[in-house]
Design a protein around this ligand. Sequence first.
Ligand SMILES: C[S@@+](CC[C@H](N)C(=O)[O-])C[C@H]1O[C@@H](n2cnc3c(N)ncnc32)[C@H](O)[C@@H]1O
Length: 252
Amino acid sequence: MTHPPEDELAATMDCEPTLVPVLEQLFTDLDALSLPAGDLLALYPDEVPARVLDLGCGKGALGRALAGRGAEVLGVDGHAAFLHEAEARVTAAGLADRCRYVAGDIRTPTAWGTGWPAVLWLGLGELIGPLDETLAALRPVLAAGGEVVLDDAHLRDADEGLADLGVQTEDEMRATIDAAGFDLVTMRRLDTPAHFAWWTAAGQQVAERAEALCAARPDLAGALRAFAARHREEMHGDDLTVTGVLLRLRAR
Ligand SMILES: C[S@@+](CC[C@H](N)C(=O)[O-])C[C@H]1O[C@@H](n2cnc3c(N)ncnc32)[C@H](O)[C@@H]1O
């Protein structure tokens, strides 16, 4: 089994590699920081997929929500402490018979087999690359007609002029999805006042954990305070020029 390098793990959590030893304490509330499970479940007005590969599952909140509706879930993550928590939480929820967790580097997504009806790629940013590269990497994992659920962001206003930062307009995003050989089943915007309130609270919660850890780890205090300040500043959303979206895509 390959393990992801620590700086990769740290990058998806928006933190410095020096903070990897305290990742578990910093992200005690990781489940609460995940996309609200209601947004994921809203993608499935009828039934959820029978089998789900949850790549970069963290503490498993989102896969667990699907398991609660009957899916069988394989969660993969590079951080062993998160996987132990995920196992404890499905056991407590009475869902242990439907969820398995394994450690590994999700940048090679076919390592957990092919023929999956559904793959979750959530909260992982550009770990593999921009949307077109991510979809190209995930496609071989899927069964015919299999689906990917991922979160991304497009420009709120097509005239914002951020194209040089690599942020697509909504039309460009739709074209990228089509060119990658996927049909867009649902594009769910994550820009309601409730989303902004959740985002702000999540940033605040992580920042508070970081401040509290400074006493126990004075050697990391500088990095922890910088991390806290960044989260307080960045984890809001109502004044952003981009709109977060949750995408349900089906391979053609
Ligand atoms: C921001 S969390 C997202 C967790 C979950 N998907 C969610 O949306 O709540 C990112 C997760 O990706 C994992 N991760 C980052 N890079 C990885 C890699 N190369 N291989 C395996 N896991 C990785 C981290 O350990 C962390 O649990």
